[in-house]
Design a protein around this ligand. Sequence first.
Ligand code: GDP
Length: 391
Amino acid sequence: MIGFGQAGGKIVDKFLEYDQRTGSEIVRAAVAVNTAKADLMGLEHIPQEQRVLIGQSRVKGHGVGADNELGAEVAEEDIGEVQGAIDGIPVHEVDAFLIVAGLGGGTGSGGAPVLAKHLKRIYTEPVYGLGILPGSDEGGIYTLNAARSFQTLVNEVDNLLVFDNDAWRQTGESVQSGYDEINEEIVKRFGILFGAGEVRQGQEVAESVVDSSEIINTLSGGGVSTVGYARETVERKGKSGGLLSKLTGNDESIEDQLDSANTTNRITSLVRKAALGRLTLPCEIDGTERALLVMAGPSAYLNRKGIERGRKWLEEQTGSMEVRGGDYPINNSDFVASAILLSGVTNVPRIKELQQVAIEAQDNINEIREESEANLQNLVEDDEDELESLF
Ligand code: GDP
């Protein structure tokens, strides 16, 4: 995982924290790249030697100030330094690269497509992007940056997973605490999804467990992806006073005790909630090219019938013939969750709106620039042109 720019670094940092907390082992190695020294210093979990400061000769560690063309230039000039950090990780052990960046700023917005292009040229592993769209209240320049970066990045990565800050914005919160909560949501959703592909030591491997190849196959074919998520708390054995607390023995005996119709219904309703609720990038799910359904939770709560029904329902809703499904047993969890990856979505009104606002911003910026050049000329030159410059 490579976090490019401030948002990218913070989100990758959060993935590492999630890994430590849950033992998910999603992140084989993490790198943070930035033009701003202070942002790199603010990270907590990414190792010091994996933090790369680029563009020092140009911006002296102070960032590119939301100029994504400068962000792209600096990334190109210093790509060798980023490669240096990647050289330190065992790439043959990773399933894929994931570049995370906020698309509205400068460093990540400009740098992520440059890095994606570079990695695609050098490695055979898939290169995915996780792009964060800005909130619509952030203003024209951020929207313009995001629209241009989005267009560039989609063409450089094997698949662009998108999270839209605008759809997740909360009112009445400070920007920082708002981002903390949003970043939790990002990590929760993508964590379940990417965690599903990891087989951990000591974990029982059921036949229907999702494998990383299924994630890769769902993402192959490229385009834009979004993720849906829903969860429900369930009682676990051993918890005080719980329904199952009196039961001893292993999970099979719990499974016997759980009403299988309930288990199936819970799964199908979680699948609906995930697909029809708030997606990381809100869109119409009809017309999705490929999808993957992951059901996570204690294995006693996951049954094949439920997953099969959920999968069929998703096929109907998306019209896709390529819907994969499987489970992700997490035996010490007290929840059942469904995560749905919708890959190759094309009916996304938010992107069209973003592009429209970006074009308006671009026109405005050009207009203002021309106008102020003329105004400055008027100010500096004397009316009758009687004065001469020194040289
Ligand atoms: P950069 O450092 O120049 O790449 O720019 P930033 O990453 O600071 O900001 C780019 C965009 O990312 C902003 O316009 C915000 O939309 C978004 N952003 C910044 N910080 C966060 C964060 O912590 N979480 C999320 N979800 N988005 C962020």
